[in-house]
Design a protein around this ligand. Sequence first.
Ligand SMILES: [Cu+2]
Length: 471
Amino acid sequence: MKVRFFLCVVTLCISISLLSCTKNEKDLPVENAVLTHAPDVPPVVTRKHSAKVVVNLEVREVVGTLADGVEYTFWTFGGKVPGKFVRVREGDTVEFYLANHSSSKLPHNIDLHAVTGPGGGATSSFTAPGHKSRFTFTAINAGLYVYHCATAPVGMHVANGMYGLILVQPKDGMPPVDREYYVMQSDFYTEGEYGAKGLQPFSMKKAIAEDATYVVFNGSVGSMTGDKAVTAKVGERVRFYVGNGGPNLVSSFHVIGEVFDKVYFEGGTKLAQENVQTTMVPAGGSTIVDFKVDVPGTFILVDHSIFRAFNKGALGMLKVAGDENKVIYSGKEVDELYIEGAASPESHKKEAAPPTKDFRKSGERLFANNCAMCHQGEGQGLPGVFPPLAKSDYLMKIAQSKDRKELVKIVLKGLTGKIKVNGQEYNNVMTPISGLSDADVADVLTYVTNSWGNSAPRFTEEEVKTAKQSL
Ligand SMILES: [Cu+2]
């Protein structure tokens, strides 16, 4: 009798607590998460209460661009690398749907480092092609977390692009900023050398040796340079949510010409450090950096393991516009190029032929990827180290002379020894620039001789071809 009564009470208690639990969850307002591709970040969560947030993420295996002329079969969360950015609030209930597109060849899953539970969700989200899984978790810990695929062979799934970031905003929010960007570094391993054209297969051998062919921000070389640079205005506060998908390399994240005012170390919530030059981002880890931009110009994002930046692709740009809000590369400059490039009636005739491609755009991109790290974003150079190209008397004298092939030579063979540019002496080494086609050389030379106040006739592919024969 006593036992029975006791059991009864226990059962009643359990039912009540179960009921109240279900009721609580049902009470939560439901919202669909806004997901974004890099470099965009979903809007700040402004609500002051918990919610049930529904996340829909779709895995797709797609062929995309890894570098100029280099293609790769990426395995993606959301169609691009890195995966879509997810943003929730501490305490939210997250109902996570992982779909695997029917065109996929393999099953995939997801391990979110923000999840407390076996495999970070991996065990509950293993999804065959053409299927969809659901699991639910409570975002107990605030912070910026990496997510990735954890299907065997895990290294290969990660190496092919299966990673992204989830931000669990602290309950009390974060200090407001003017702009937020999503930057994710990762390393790629291809059968071909850096820059080898065509569809490049994954190299398991190089991946195991940790011998990265590419190290990139946001999934490809040049994803954040030229007209794809992220932007800000003088006086604004900028925040980068930085992740590192690996699979292997630790990043020494640095922005050339900026100091991070605040660094939320390893993506945690404690403001651990102020006034930082370079911060480490572990593979499978993150960091949050805040800084105010004080002067206009182009600021270069790099992995300061510096060969990765200048030789493997880990280079991005933040373009900061000044008060005058000058638009650096405008359509009008293209007109300028056609008009001012016509130095003689004859060359005018040549110029009149419509270009087969937008060589100015191409030149801008080539400059960003091959020259800007030394000669700087606006061609202004670094005093005493890298001579300026902007309004360089040295450059412009050659560009307007009969010896224009000397410029082709500088690009392809490099330059050493004493030179004088605008009255200042330089005695440094410019190493040869490799991997450029004749058309590339023509475009980049046209670009540097027709930007920042420079003006000269256009370089053509033919001219470069001829110049090369006499080098
Ligand atoms: Cu996978």
